[in-house]
Design a protein around this ligand. Structure first.
Ligand code: G3H
Length: 228
């Protein structure tokens, strides 16, 4: 199971990787826009520096044609590093770009997936990751979890190495449901992670444990204090 961050905000990435089991970082042009006019390549190089070589970095092409997408992919690989997972929209131009990039051994993340059919084509195209847009599908009245489940079944039947990297999450429950449906990975904003971990029930329980301990051993005392 992999948790990824859907942001290129350096401070957020730095804080999250210091505390949480984060497997990588994803971005797309809308995520870049949230940062304002940052120097794109330098920003991604800094993200790589923060996350190190063992976490995955996923960056998206922008061109509308296959040629433009392939050129964008080559540029990202040259300017950031050659291990970046290239995110390619799963449309006709993108599937053709995936075919070419796959033959060059480029790591691929098929993105903008709103349907089971797109997912199936991306598996057949040899994508390493599929990014179905959960919240957007839910808003379109598409059963995102059924789509993920059927794609996961197909991947398992074929013993394919493709992983489902579910994306577009607005709630904690959507992340749970995507994993339960068969996703191997999920990418989300730090707000979703923060919401999950700042549930008042968690802090109430922790406060109660501290209170009970301190009532026995004194204010400010910890387990280690017993050794004094
Ligand atoms: O990479 C895709 C994004 O995760 C989409 O998220 P969004 O639906 O919140 O814009």
């Amino acid at each position: 199971m992999e948790f990824l961050l859907d942001t290129i905000h350096l401070d957020d990435i730095s804080k999250a990787i210091a505390t949480l089991p984060i497997a990588g970082v994803t971005s797309n042009p809308s995520i870049v826009k949230k940062e304002g006019p940052v120097p794109f390549f330098e920003q991604l190089r800094q993200v790589r520096q923060l996350i190190g070589p063992d976490r995955t970095l996923h960056a998206q092409v922008v061109g509308r044609t296959t040629d433009q997408m392939v050129r964008d992919a080559h540029t990202i690989l040259a300017e950031v590093d050659d291990t970046v997972y290239i995110k390619v929209p799963t449309n006709e131009a993108g599937l053709a770009a995936m075919k070419q990039l796959k033959s060059e051994g480029v790591h691929l993340t098929a993105t903008a997936i709103y349907s089971e059919f797109q997912g199936r084509l991306a598996i057949a195209a040899g994508a390493d990751y599929l990014a179905p847009y959960v919240n957007r599908m839910v808003n379109m009245n598409v059963d995102a979890y059924a789509v993920i489940g059927r794609l996961a079944d197909q991947i398992a039947r074929e013993h394919a190495s493709t992983k489902i990297l579910a994306a577009s999450f607005h709630t904690v429950q959507q992340v749970n449901d995507a994993f339960a449906a068969g996703a191997q990975a999920a990418t989300m904003g730090v707000d979703v992670l923060h919401t999950a971990l700042t549930n008042p029930a968690i802090s109430n329980a922790v406060d109660q444990f501290t209170e009970d301990w301190e009532s026995l051993y004194g204010a400010g005392e910890t387990v280690t204090s017993l050794l004094k």
